[in-house]
Ligand binder design. Structure first.
Ligand code: NAD
Ligand code: WQD
Length: 344
């Protein structure tokens, strides 16, 4: 049996990837410090898996803990999701982002090297393309950072490329996610942002369920078909399947790879609103406001390389993304928060 260690395992993408790896026949050990997730995820995973998930509560910055976890479970590959991810917050607390996202990465890589484990998947992001010059965006496009969060992804990639240049035993999957949305179709796990959502889909879902009165559409004067921002939304189940393919590639082909994980299809903010209204049967009122600083007009992937190298492509469209996001939101209006009156 091959064991894969997931850091940030109880987070949004980690929890879905956990299920996908288990269903593909891997053993999984999850690590998280619950900085941005709930222990309840573990109960939900137990229900979905039919067994207790193997989990260690630890901070990826804790060197002793990470070395112990990698060795105790005999992990052969690591998927490193653990990071802070809020763009706006990163400008307020850049050092915290550098410490957690880059310090954590170095620490995890050190714990792996100490145990002779050299297969690593790194959660990168389309944010490394900065202000894209051409669309769709291929992996060969110019890279830049426009905020501290983006810099941690760009520098994380650079640091790992230098690591594998110095020690070719490293085989690294640089997965550049576009805009992950949706939820597991069971409605048991999904995205549970704390406070006011920064991202479009969870905000739209909270408006549809009545938790927020209206959506603010950030600008309708972009150079796009309807003037609103265009993004490449990808169902989190497709994203999870991309991780399974990447882990398999690293362990079996023993080659590093850098790929976009997107659908290749762009949708505008208004497209998303309409799709969500169709999926939920609810109105999503909105007001157009000024552009959000730092936003690009359009960002969508050239998804060819992942198909060629991994035999992977996204299968779910915008309707499935909204239907699954709605099932999660409507069944868990307070996210993972315990129901009122529940014990403790
Ligand atoms: P998330 O916040 O839901 O999950 C991240 C998990 O990491 C959380 O459970 C958090 O508690 C944990 N974590 C953070 N710091 C930790 C630490 N020091 N030690 C242990 N655990 C820690 O975010 P997500 O959306 O699942 O994102 C996963 C990864 O994908 C992140 O690296 C993120 O930057 C990257 N990414 C996300 C998106 C997106 O839009 N969701 C897009 C591109 C890339
Ligand atoms: C999508 C579109 C907004 C909210 C961010 C990060 C990126 C990546 C994914 C991690 C844009 C518009 C949004 C709202 C709106 N994360 N919008 N009203 O900005 O593409 O990417 O998350 O790596 O780094 O920057 O995603 O969901 O925030 O926005 O009109 O309340 O929706 O302007 O056009 P974005 P998003």
């Amino acid at each position: 049996m091959t064991t894969v260690l997931l850091t940030g395992a109880t987070g949004y993408i980690g929890s879905h990837t956990w299920l996908a790896l288990k269903h593909a026949g891997y053993d999984v050990v999850g690590v998280d410090n619950f900085a941005n997730s709930s222990p309840q995820v573990l109960d939900r995973l137990a229900t979905l898996l039919g067994e207790a998930p193997v989990f260690e509560e630890a901070d990826v910055n804790d060197a002793a803990a990470m070395t112990r976890v990698v060795s105790a479970h005999g992990a052969q590959a690591v998927v490193h999701f653990a990071a802070h991810k809020a763009v706006g917050e990163s400008a307020e607390k850049p050092l915290e982002y550098f410490r957690n996202n880059l310090g954590g990465l170095v620490n995890v890589a050190q714990a792996m090297a100490d145990q002779d484990v050299f297969a690593l998947v790194f959660s990168s992001s389309a944010t490394v393309y900065g202000q894209p010059e051409t669309l769709p965006i291929a992996e060969s496009a110019a890279l830049s950072a426009t905020n501290p969060y983006g810099l941690t992804k760009l520098m994380g990639e650079q640091l790992l490329r230098e690591l594998e240049r110095c020690d070719p035993r490293w085989k690294i999957g640089y997965l550049r996610y576009f805009n992950p949305v949706g939820a597991h179709p069971s409605g048991l796990i999904g995205e549970d942002p704390r406070g006011i959502p920064n991202n479009l889909m969870p905000y739209v879902a909270q408006v549809a369920v009545g938790k927020r009165p209206f959506l603010q559409v950030y600008g309708n004067d972009y150079d796009t078909p309807d003037g609103t921002g265009v993004r490449d939304y990808i169902h989190v189940l497709d994203l999870a399947a991309g991780h399974v393919a990447a882990v398999r590639h690293l362990l079996e082909r023993k080659q590093s790879l850098t790929v976009n994980l997107g659908t290749g299809q762009g949708y505008s903010v208004l497209d998303v609103i309409r799709a969500f209204e169709r999926a939920s049967g609810r109105a999503v009122p909105f007001k157009t406001v000024a552009r959000r600083p730092g936003d690009v007009a359009a960002c969508y992937a050239d998804a060819t390389l992942a198909r060629e190298l991994l035999g992977w492509q996204a299968e779910r469209g915008i309707d499935a993304m909204c239907e699954d996001a709605w099932r999660w939101q409507s069944r868990n209006p307070q996210g993972y928060a315990p129901a009122l009156g529940a014990a403790d």
